[in-house]
Design a protein around this ligand. Structure first.
Ligand code: ATP
Ligand code: MG
Length: 218
């Protein structure tokens, strides 16, 4: 039987590699996707994500592919926009949109994220609802009810913890001083219309590339 394919939104934090592991051990094929910031350290980002993808592959016992894209364009537009407090929500929506594009390209059926409730400013239930409304593809959040200690324990067990906490890839360099915790969908849609989100997504999709990394031998 063919494995179910899932696109994993992989960041430099502790959580998303654990989320990838939890779904991968269910035998899902994991296609990792990570957004970098070109003004930041792209090379270090790719190196860190490659290491994480490799460790997830070892822990689940099968291959994990890695794709990266430049997300600076969305970050810049939203950061300089009318509502800087919505930057996190808008960036997360853009990430989901890119993941949905990759799902279509790879015939994958869902997106995995490392969201766990209440961990950071953008992860209130209301914000999660506004964020997920950007896409029609199902979103899997295997960590949603775990607390940080549980997640760290798993990360240590699978060997991703050390790589995650090492510097190299901040997920959002432009975290606003007062991130919205009660974002309104109307405001979000207005802002996306103002910047022309579809065009931005197409432009960012043109930066998408596969990273060849050492193959995992089953
Ligand atoms: P993590 O949640 O993996 O510890 P984080 O805390 O830096 O990383 P959050 O702000 O919690 O990231 O983002 C929630 C989720 O969004 C992440 O778990 C991950 O699935 C996704 N994500 C965040 N940043 C990126 C990125 N740069 N590229 C791809 N996916 C990302
Ligand atoms: Mg997180």
């Amino acid at each position: 039987m063919d494995r179910m394919k899932l696109v994993l939104l992989l960041s430099g934090g502790i959580d998303s590699p654990v989320a990838g592991y939890l779904m991968g051990r269910q035998r899902a094929e994991i296609i990792a996707l990570s957004g970098f910031v070109s003004s930041g350290n792209e090379e270090a980002h790719v190196r860190k994500m490659t290491a994480l993808a490799g460790k997830i592959a070892v822990s689940i016992g099968h291959e994990v592919s890695l794709h990266v894209y430049d997300q600076s364009l969305a970050l810049d537009c939203f950061r300089d926009g009318m509502r800087p407090n919505l930057t996190c929500v808008l960036c997360k929506r853009a990430m989901l949109r890119m993941a949905e594009k990759l799902c279509k390209m790879t015939d994958s059926s869902a997106i995995i994220t490392g969201d766990s409730l209440g961990q950071v400013a953008s992860q209130t239930l209301r914000n999660i609802a506004v964020i997920e409304n950007a896409v029609a593809t199902p979103i899997l959040r295997p960590l949603i009810g775990l607390d940080k200690m549980d997640i760290v324990r798993i990360a240590r067990n699978i060997g991703t913890y050390g790589t995650s906490i090492a510097s190299g890839a901040p997920s959002c360099e432009f975290v606003p001083k007062h991130p919205a915790t009660r974002s309104l969908i109307e405001e979000v849609l207005e802002e996306e219309m103002r910047v022309g989100i579809e065009g931005i997504m197409d432009e960012m999709a043109s930066t998408l590339r596969v990273i060849e990394h050492e193959r995992f031998n089953e």
